[in-house]
Design a protein around this ligand. Structure first.
Ligand code: ADP
Ligand code: ADP
Length: 228
């Protein structure tokens, strides 16, 4: 089943001589449960693509359908709700709120959505992420690996259909990178969650079901990885 479909997506930043075409007429679709790696040189449009897929950044032209819904016909308020319900975003620099502790950071999107925290889900995630001794810690009291675990917990809290990660292991050593990828892959399998990861790390890309290469705002390769 198709979960994401994009058609003729173009994104232009700036105007006149400052104009940058970050995405140039990109189309593809992604199946539910697929793990897709997006690779390509710096400045090729990967983050722009991820943000447009996640309802964060409006395209200049083209369409994004999530689960059949035309994402950008929604107004800003509807888009904010859409993001909190369907999308889990994970960043290279964690984007945690410095004055909130581990539990508060993890539960913020659910509370902002006006819903009750599912305490069983919270405990399960905290245990899986190995954060049980860190519940009251602020982000600056945690290692990089732990901060990324908190940001993953926040992204997975409401079991989103789609998890979008922009270089989730970009700041981590190889041991932490592997553990973070393991956590994301477990969630991908367990919930048949779609996982889309931008990465410069070949070891991460090789774990994906499919690798999409972006250059100069265009898809230059789209390969399914076959495993024995
Ligand atoms: P990547 O993630 O592959 O490094 P990006 O999607 O961040 O690439 O950027 C693609 C192009 O769009 C680059 O030329 C970048 O400078 C430009 N760009 C990205 N975001 C903005 C922005 N907010 N304003 C202007 N230009 C931008
Ligand atoms: P990791 O392998 O997760 O990156 P580190 O080797 O950086 O962990 O840290 C080892 C231990 O020290 C961790 O249990 C972490 O909680 C703790 N720690 C790291 N940085 C800090 C900090 N700034 N304040 C308090 N504890 C920290």
């Amino acid at each position: 089943m198709e979960i994401l479909k994009i058609e003729n997506l173009t994104k232009i930043y700036g105007k006149g001589e400052n104009e940058v075409k970050a995405l140039d007429n990109v189309s593809f679709s992604i199946e539910k449960g697929e793990f897709v790696a997006i690779i390509g040189p710096s400045g090729s449009g990967k983050s722009t693509l991820l943000h447009i897929l996640g309802g964060v950044d409006r395209p200049t032209s083209g369409k994004v359908y999530m689960d059949g819904q035309d994402v950008y016909t929604q107004n800003e308020e509807q888009l904010a709700i859409f993001r909190r319900r369907y999308v889990g975003l994970i960043y290279q620099f964690y984007n945690l709120i410095p004055v909130l502790n581990v539990v508060e950071n993890m539960t913020l999107p659910v509370l902002m959505d006006g819903r009750k925290v599912d305490n069983a889900r919270l405990s399960e995630l905290i245990n899986t992420l190995g954060l049980d001794k860190r519940l009251k810690n602020l982000p600056n009291q945690l290692s990089g690996g732990q901060q990324q675990r908190v940001s993953i917990g926040r992204a997975l809290m409401n079991t989103p259909a789609v998890v979008l990660a922009d270089e989730p292991t970009g700041n981590l050593d190889s041991k932490n990178s592997q553990e973070i990828m393991q956590l994301l892959k477990e969630s991908n399998k367990k919930f048949n969650q779609t996982l889309i990861v931008i990465t410069h790390d070949e070891n991460v890309a090789l774990q994906a079901d499919r690798v999409i290469s972006v250059e100069d705002g265009k898809i230059v390769r789209d390969e399914r990885i076959r495993r024995a």
